[in-house]
Design a binder for this molecule. Structure first.
Ligand code: ADP
Ligand code: MG
Length: 256
């Protein structure tokens, strides 16, 4: 059975896509059969995996509205070698079309269930909102990975997300839990970041991953080359942090 994890945070620009893409590549390198689902109409996870979002014949949109099967949508990342269900602007339309469909929040779950045996891990890169797309992600998942920056309002934003996860758990998906919080774009020279990081640890205890992803320019450069950071420059500090994170995640799921 595949472990299905959403990478979610309702804020934009907090490192969801960077985390999704690098984790997918790192899991693949660790020998895990991995599928990355791009659930954001911006298609950044698609492009960052080296797949041109403007040239897709099928995308996650087609999967969600029932116009294509998973097999017809999936593409292998040329740089990372994991499978991708790619997305582009079309997906923004799914939001509206889904409203009128039956089991609208379970469309992704049902599509993934058909190929569950093919993967060890399915990672879902969510858009920065608590929309019907994100709801489809959360209804499909066993757990949520929350990337966050250690900034002043981070804890406040986190409680909104935790409440939404609780609601989805209560109403739609009893399997859903928070797998962990990942500190990203971390700069240890900034005192405030150290303070917020310590607060996170005292609040959430072992839900906070030990791996910490530093602010690292190589991670930001990698997408313009269509590569995950762990492929683009494996020895960079950012890549090493994501490799450590993947190892930690593999160890953590054994204890779930
Ligand atoms: P989200 O998917 O939450 O909107 P992204 O992963 O796209 O966030 O990250 C936002 C921006 O920050 C991108 O330009 C990305 O390249 C950059 N970025 C993400 N993580 C890091 C990091 N650890 N160090 C430096 N830049 C990063
Ligand atoms: Mg993103």
């Amino acid at each position: 059975m595949a472990h299905v994890f959403c990478v979610a945070n309702q804020k934009g620009g907090v490192g969801k896509t960077t985390t999704s893409v690098n984790l997918a590549a790192a899991l693949h390198q660790a020998g895990k059969r991995t599928l990355l689902v791009d659930l954001d109409p911006q298609g950044n996870a698609t492009m960052g995996s080296g797949i041109d979002k403007r040239e897709l014949t099928h995308s996650v949109y087609h999967l969600l509205v029932g116009l294509a099967e998973l097999e017809a949508v999936k593409v292998e990342s040329p740089s990372g070698s994991y499978d991708v269900l790619p997305a582009n602007r079309d997906l923004a339309g799914a939001e509206i079309e889904l409203v009128n469909l039956e089991r609208r929040e379970k469309r992704l779950r049902e599509a993934l269930a058909a190929r569950d045996a093919d993967y060890d891990f399915v990672l879902i890169d969510c858009p920065p909102s608590l929309s019907l797309l994100t709801l489809n992600g959360l209804c499909s998942a066993h757990g949520v990975i929350i990337p966050m920056q250690c900034e002043y309002f981070a804890l406040e934003g986190l409680s909104d997300l935790v409440n939404s996860i609780k609601k989805v758990h209560a109403n739609f998906n009893r399997d859903l839990k928070i797998i962990g919080l990942l500190r990203v774009m971390f700069d240890p020279r900034i005192t405030l970041q150290q303070q917020v990081s310590a607060q996170l640890e005292s609040h959430f205890g072992n839900k906070v991953f030990s791996a910490v992803v530093p602010r690292n320019i190589r991670l930001a450069e990698a997408p313009s080359h269509g590569m995950p950071g762990v492929v683009f420059d494996r020895s960079s500090r950012g890549a090493q942090a994501y490799l450590a994170f993947a190892a930690e995640l593999i160890a953590r799921i054994k204890t779930l």
